[in-house]
Design a protein around this ligand. Structure first.
Ligand SMILES: Cc1cc2nc3c(=O)[nH]c(=O)nc-3n(C[C@H](O)[C@H](O)[C@H](O)COP(=O)(O)OP(=O)(O)OC[C@H]3O[C@@H](n4cnc5c(N)ncnc54)[C@H](O)[C@@H]3O)c2cc1C
Length: 367
């Protein structure tokens, strides 16, 4: 909205309980061209490694680049741009509820001691008690968690090849479910190593640490390193529908269903959704209609994959190995971005075992 002149005469209030002054996450995503946040891309890779017990390879990604943005750079960049706009205001407070008013075509944010009313509220908070929540737990849907712990490590001498990212390394125990590491070198002596699981339950904190230590010792063969930063995250992986909001409340971000159910990737989906919302508003159309037409097809693919993962019909390590073995990486990335056409999707489908995927697909279609 900051970038479009249409909003210059609209008053925009951003409410957040956090001052957004911590590097609390690192976003990775791929794209073919320069993005809106190109200036703050912390590191980028043209090549990725994929490892599993059955298939390993190094891939050139062109025309894609795998990019990393540190959240602190993102917050500073956005806040600094917003501060230059007299029509954008900030309020640091806690939101208790968001209420739609159909009659007046407005929505209100109930914050600590104050109520703010606007033409639209774009909500990225999962307020369970007000139904603005993320898919409620139900037996009809799959509910996995993507949970991960990452360490930014520094070695005393140069050790990493900063041109190549390890996208997924499945050569680790799969006893809890789909489990992999990724390793993103940002300098010859610095890398983010992240332990990621797609499972129903979280682990004890010390289990993440033990696994990280083990991986660094075993695969990176390095005992001499310092941990300079840590991150921990949980992302919902569910096909349970997220509320899109109602009336003048438009849910965005993870709360608005922008997390891809079968991979947890969210960052680029949020950017695309925001773009589409702005487009609708500028053209005086309903921002709820910003969802893409192809979404339903990809929802089905996500459900099929969740069905297989949650019921342990085939391990994620084997599924991703088949995908990367039988497709160019560009097609896999495009598919994971929900951007493939049907003929490309047929090729993706042809690369996974029909005996497992076909019954799961029928099962999901019948639902
Ligand atoms: C550690 C981590 C790493 C991730 N890495 C990736 C990645 O590499 N690639 C990718 O695609 N996705 C990644 N994700 C997933 C996703 O991109 C992020 O979670 C992203 O930040 C989601 O954006 P959002 O706007 O939905 O939520 P958030 O960024 O969490 O924003 C929600 C905001 O709401 C505020 N808030 C919450 N409750 C209240 C309240 N009651 N009152 C006022 N304010 C409130 C919070 O302070 C926060 O600022 C990651 C997530 C985490 C947690």
């Amino acid at each position: 909205m900051m970038q479009h002149p249409f909003f210059n005469n609209k008053e925009i209030l951003v409410i957040d309980q956090s001052p957004k002054n911590k590097n609390d996450r690192t976003w990775c995503f791929w794209e073919q061209q320069s993005g809106v946040f190109e200036e703050i891309v912390h590191h980028r890779w043209n090549q990725i490694d994929f490892f599993s017990d059955s298939f390993s390879a190094r891939f050139d990604l062109a025309p894609y680049q795998y990019k990393m943005i540190r959240s602190i750079d993102f917050y500073n960049y956005v806040l600094q741009k917003a501060n230059q706009k007299p029509n954008i205001h900030f309020k640091k407070t806690t939101v208790k509820a968001v209420v739609n008013d159909n009659e007046n075509k407005t929505a209100s944010v109930w914050a600590d001691e104050e109520i703010y009313t606007a033409d639209y509220v774009f909500n990225s908070i999962t307020l369970k008690e007000h139904g603005l929540n993320t898919g409620k737990k139900s037996n009809n849907y799959y509910h996995l968690l993507q949970h991960f712990k990452g360490w930014l490590i520094e070695t005393p001498s140069n050790f990493f090849d900063e041109r190549i990212a390890t996208f997924m390394d499945f050569r680790v125990s799969q006893q809890h479910g789909t489990t992999f590491f990724y390793m993103l070198p940002v300098a010859p002596d610095k890398a983010l190593v992240e332990y990621t699981l797609f499972t129903e339950n979280l682990l004890e904190q010390q289990e993440y640490d033990t696994s990280l230590k083990q991986y660094i010792n075993e695969y990176l063969k390095h005992e001499n390193y310092t941990i300079t930063e840590q991150e921990f995250g949980i992302i919902p992986m569910t096909n349970s529908p997220f509320s899109k909001g109602e009336g003048r409340i438009v849910n965005i971000g993870t709360a608005g269903g922008q997390t891809k159910a079968s991979s947890g990737f969210t960052f680029r989906f949020i950017q695309k959704h925001s773009d589409a919302i702005v487009n609708k508003l500028v053209n005086e159309k309903d921002p709820h209609k910003a969802a893409s037409f192809t979404q339903q097809r990809f929802n089905l693919y996500d459900s099929v994959l969740l069905n297989i993962l949650q019921n342990r019909k085939m391990g994620g390590d084997k599924i991703f190995a088949e995908l990367f073995k039988k497709n160019p990486p560009q097609r896999v990335l495009k598919f994971l971005d929900n951007e493939t056409n049907f003929s490309e999707e047929l090729k993706i489908m042809g690369s996974v075992p029909t005996a497992i995927f076909f019954p799961a697909a029928i099962n999901e279609l019948l639902k």
